[in-house]
Design a protein around this ligand. Structure first.
Ligand code: SER
Length: 356
């Protein structure tokens, strides 16, 4: 099942002695909570979570250990990986696209430096323990870069190898980290005499805009849809920072968590690629606004585009081709556009604000 990376040496994490020990970075972010909940259903998994911020109490309670710290702190990360004999890393810590455009050098340090640290430490950990480390990285539609709106509107669903010319620091960072992960898993120190049998099993998902009912994103440029929904559900007016016709791919948070767990569990032999697009539906800001108004009749939504943030979203594709994820590890969206709203987003967001 599992990986390995070089010289035909094949090992399987599930057949190794000892149970699974998972390190989650960026654990107090939007994806962290759902992921920890999803992993916790397996009692035999040891969960170590880390973030710059303290975790919310309910998430904290699901972890075996929580460390407040910086993913760029190599000695802390090394200590966590070695002390807990980590077998899997979900590396979620990152500055998203809008935030990163304010502080691009900091974004590079965190997004690239943090990933590089963890890959390097995973390689030496796997060499000293003789066990593979599975490394799961969320990437993004921001790795794509459309040269014009006309290209965006005519190109259709993009495949993983298409249009890889990101406009943002975040997109550049993630695209490079995808390559770094592939390098560490397949070609690490390929000319070194003493290269040993380092075993990194790297898997990466290019996530679309994510819509969560229980949490609000911060610092992203796909935030216009979740912000619109949360504003309507809480009776607040909303001014969208992109035009009505702005279209990108989306998925709900439960589907995002499912797909991360699914690729984390996938049989290595079936994975022909290290990077996979995932998405459930494609929708414009205007189409979402119509659904929101239908569910929250008093919703006040206007469109006052911000030129710079608009340009970022205009560089992202309208849709992505998910056929490789479907063929290799069985990815299939749980909901289409309408079902996502009727079965998850609207009921869950109502419940969230009723209970709040
Ligand atoms: N949600 C991310 C962002 O807006 C894109 O994947 O930065």
């Amino acid at each position: 099942m599992i990986p390995v990376c070089r010289e035909g040496v094949r090992m399987n994490i599930d057949e190794q002695p000892g149970s699974r020990s998972v390190l989650i970075t960026g654990a107090s972010g939007e994806i962290g909570h759902g992921l920890i909940k999803g992993l916790r259903v397996h009692d035999d998994i040891h969960i170590v979570a880390t973030d710059l911020k303290e975790l919310p109490e309910d998430t904290h309670g699901l972890c075996d250990e929580v460390h407040v710290g910086d993913v760029c702190d190599a000695s802390l990360m090394q200590q966590l990986i070695a002390m807990h004999e980590v077998t899997e890393i979900y590396h979620l810590a990152a500055l998203l696209s809008s935030r990163a455009e304010h502080v691009p050098e900091v974004a590079h340090e965190v997004n690239v430096g943090g990933t590089f640290n963890l890959l390097k430490l995973s390689a030496s950990h796997s060499a000293s323990f003789g066990r593979p480390v599975r490394f799961i990285l969320p990437s993004t539609i921001a790795v794509y870069g459309m040269s014009s709106l006309a290209q965006k509107q005519s190109v259709g669903a993009v495949s993983e190898g298409d249009c890889n010319e990101p406009r943002t620091m975040y997109g550049c960072n993630k695209l490079y980290c995808e390559h770094l992960g592939r390098y560490y898993s397949r070609h690490y120190r390929s000319l070194a005499e003493d290269r040993g049998t380092t075993m990194i099993d790297f898997r990466c998902l290019r996530l679309p805009g994510i819509i969560a009912a229980e949490t609000k994103p911060t610092g992203g440029t796909s935030d216009f849809v979740p912000e619109m929904l949360h504003a309507a559900a809480s009776g607040m007016p909303y001014a969208s920072f992109v035009r009505e016709d702005t279209r990108i791919p989306w998925m709900t948070m439960p589907e995002c968590i499912d797909s991360m767990l699914q690729i984390g569990r996938a049989d290595e032999g079936s994975l022909k690629h290290s990077v996979y697009n995932v998405s459930s539906f494609s929708a414009s800001a205007g189409e979402v606004a119509d659904m929101v108004r239908a569910s929250f009749p008093g919703a006040q939504i206007e469109f006052t585009p911000d030129v710079d943030r608009q340009a970022i979203v205009d560089s992202w594709p309208e849709d992505v081709d998910v056929s490789s994820a479907h063929d290799d590890w069985g990815f299939s969206p749980r909901w289409g556009h309408e079902e996502a709203f009727s079965q998850y987003i609207i009921p869950s967001i109502r419940t969230h604000y009723t209970q709040a």
